[in-house]
Design a protein around this ligand. Structure first.
Ligand SMILES: [Zn+2]
Length: 679
């Protein structure tokens, strides 16, 4: 009893501190949309940030005497913080603002900020000031910060002659334009497939059919947005519908983006060659965990070796399923893969993924994820009421740690016309301990709950939600560093998908799922037996997934490893599917044209699988019987997330695992469905 009352007493003290903490930082940092800016207001916010950055840069260059952390690094970090915040905000507006004209101005602003960013990366005065900074007595994080920034300056070409620096600036500005065009073409590239015979929707869930009524001419419109596309690919019996839809989906932004991508290849190649690298892939790897292009090629081969035996087993099961209706079948097209996977889950694992949807209404899933994350990361979440945002559906939340507000996030979770059509976490502000709260935004496209429909989610949607929430927690918990430039997710970019993919694994846990999944009508908890069947069934298809990811990885690497004039996009995209998957490409698809990562990640799409290896290795450190047991959760938060970008990511991995990552955990994850006999 006594112990309990002491705990209760402790909790009271903590919540009093929460109020105090909330008062100390939050008034200085109103929510991003508190002034409800119109497009001119938005531009003013952005221009003010750029001006503040310029003043900080001027102060660095103006220092006459010795360079100190105070007169140089503090100003540098402030300039970086302001520029980055401007870039985050314009990127967010490009992705989410409901008004197309506003989005256009946001795109223009992104270009403007990128120009400033490039100019800073080539500013020799700032580089020399940082290089002259005595750091041997500074703390380890500060030393690491300065060394890493100096590397970035050299990779930008700051030490090249004036002519070359001018050319690099032109190339980088050009690249920004090209990237932006590539992404906008995809966002605007939604297509629609017309269905004239309602029987083509056979196999799809009733709420989907109800939500897709024929128009006055008797035509049903199925779009390429995720809530339309994914169920159709998984469940539609009609081969023809899936084929048409797959083709529409994989020709979005074609042909415009074939040309944009080709330009991007040329621009990037010239940048890399100017800086003495043999290819963009090599250059782009120089400030990453992986180090160089050859190691990407090696990783692709290692992954292929690991995946192939399991992928073969999965493929044979898919083929057997297809032969039930097509006795002579010897191949499975990419457009058939999801459908037959679903069929195998039903026939071999006695699992129909529709059977879990009633347990996954959006509101309950959201609460479940918040509760799970709160327990895992030892934080609390508190919604801020009545906060204005760019769309009325957006929610604003605070993250509270030991009674103190340590960050804020926004949830923009449902589709809208013109909105970014995938799922991502967009950082908004990098935190500085005691000064600025980190903030981030989840931009997703999950079914919107309405009065008639609670927004039932697919299992894969819930996994995506966990994934993006993993990015958000990384951003906030890592956002308590002394410098903005080493805060949040500023580490080597090929580490950032590890914490998000680690969190995906949590939905596989019966313990976690049972804690929130309840039937939206009866309120009954999801049956334990259904969860176990789902766990095994959901493991089926992992090797096919990894193989397909490896083919995308190879595409991203190969087009950026070659000389641009030698690149035949269609030939490489097809060849990589044949080489790294067992599926047959569908003629006429131009998947690369809507593969947004080829702009942002460029040659570094390997990041996903590289980090998947790390994520599975991390996940094995948790107790699979009770994920929250033992010291793993808190140790994970302290050693992996909290350091943000203040140490190298290779060290983050070693600090948590006690060794570098290895492929074993991924192999066990891929073959989980074959470990026990299916029912
Ligand atoms: Zn991610």
């Amino acid at each position: 009893m006594r112990i309990i009352s002491r705990c209760v007493f402790g909790l009271i003290a903590v919540s009093a501190a929460a109020v105090a903490g909330a008062r100390s930082l939050l008034p200085d940092q109103p929510p991003i949309w508190s002034t409800k800016p119109d497009v001119n207001g938005f531009e003013k916010i952005e221009n003010d940030r750029l001006e503040a950055a310029q003043q900080s840069i001027d102060r660095i260059v103006a220092v006459k005497g010795p360079k100190t952390i105070d007169n140089t690094l503090s100003n540098y970090d402030e300039a970086l913080r302001q520029i980055t915040a401007a870039l985050y905000f314009s990127s967010l507006m490009e992705a989410v603002h409901p008004d197309a004209a506003f989005r256009d101005r946001a795109t223009a602003m992104t270009r403007k900020v990128s120009v400033v960013q490039t100019a800073l990366s080539l500013n020799r005065g700032v580089y020399q000031a940082l290089a002259a900074l005595p750091i041997s007595h500074a703390d380890a994080a500060t030393q690491y910060y300065v060394r890493r920034q100096l590397l970035e300056f050299r990779l930008a070409g700051v030490d090249k002659d004036d002519g070359m620096r001018a050319r690099l600036k032109v190339l980088n500005d050009q690249l920004t334009e090209e990237q932006s065009a590539f992404e906008r073409n995809i966002n605007d590239g939604q297509k629609t497939v017309d269905v004239r015979d309602a029987s083509e929707l056979a196999g799809l869930p009733q709420d989907y059919i109800d939500g897709h009524k024929a128009d006055k001419d008797g035509v049903i419109h199925i779009t390429t947005s995720y809530p339309d596309y994914i169920p159709a690919m998984n469940f539609a019996v009609s081969d023809s519908l899936r084929r048409r839809l797959y083709l529409a989906f994989n020709t979005r932004a074609y042909p415009q983006n074939r040309d944009v991508l080709t330009k991007m290849l040329h621009t990037r190649y010239e940048i890399a060659a100017s800086l003495g690298y043999k290819s963009w892939a090599d250059y782009n790897a120089a400030d990453k965990m992986i180090g160089n292009g050859a190691r990407i090629a090696g990783f692709i081969q290692d992954l292929d070796k690991a995946v192939r035996p399991v992928a073969e087993k999965e493929f044979q099961m898919l083929l057997a399923e297809k032969r039930k209706s097509d006795t002579g079948a010897t191949t499975i097209g990419l457009e058939e893969k999801s459908y037959y996977q679903e069929q195998v889950r039903r026939s071999s694992f006695n699992f129909d993924s529709q059977s879990v949807r009633p347990y996954l209404p959006y509101a309950r899933v959201k609460q479940g994820i918040l509760d799970t994350a709160a327990t895992l990361f030892h934080v609390a979440f508190r919604q801020e009421q009545g906060v204005p945002a760019w769309d009325s559906s957006v929610e604003t939340w605070q993250v509270v740690d030991a009674g103190k507000v340590i960050g804020r996030f926004y949830l923009d979770m449902h589709p809208r016309a013109g909105k970014f059509s995938h799922a991502e976490m967009i950082p908004l502000l990098d935190g500085i301990r005691g000064k600025h709260l980190p903030e981030g935004v989840l931009v997703c496209n999950f079914p919107r709950p309405t009065l008639q429909d609670p927004g039932l989610m697919e299992y894969g949607d819930v996994q995506t939600f966990f994934h993006e929430f993993g990015h958000l927690m990384h951003m906030i918990l890592g956002g308590q560093q002394p410098w903005a430039g080493i805060s949040g997710i500023t580490m080597e970019s090929d580490f950032v998908e590890a914490p998000s993919q680690m969190l995906e694994e949590w939905i596989e846990s019966p313990q976690v799922l049972a804690s929130f999944a309840r039937d939206y009508q009866s309120g009954k908890p999801i049956p334990a037996e259904l969860v176990l069947r789902m766990k095994r069934a959901s493991a089926f298809g992992r090797a096919s997934y990894v193989g397909q990811q490896n083919s995308f990885t190879a595409l991203s690497y190969e087009i950026y490893d070659a000389k641009p004039e030698d690149v035949d996009l269609d030939a490489i995209a097809n060849a990589d599917i044949v080489k790294y998957t067992l599926f047959t490409p569908l003629a006429g698809t131009r998947m690369y044209a809507s593969f947004g990562h080829l702009a942002g990640y460029s040659s570094a799409y390997y990041t996903y699988m590289w980090d998947k290896v790390i994520a599975e290795d991390f996940f094995e450190q948790f107790n699979s019987e009770n994920l929250l047991a033992g010291d793993a959760p808190l140790r994970y938060r302290r050693t992996v997330l909290e350091p943000g970008g203040s140490v190298s990511a290779n060290d983050l991995v070693k600090n948590f695992l006690g060794r570098p990552q290895s492929m074993g955990a991924l192999q066990r994850w891929m073959s989980a469905e074959f470990e026990a006999e299916p029912r």
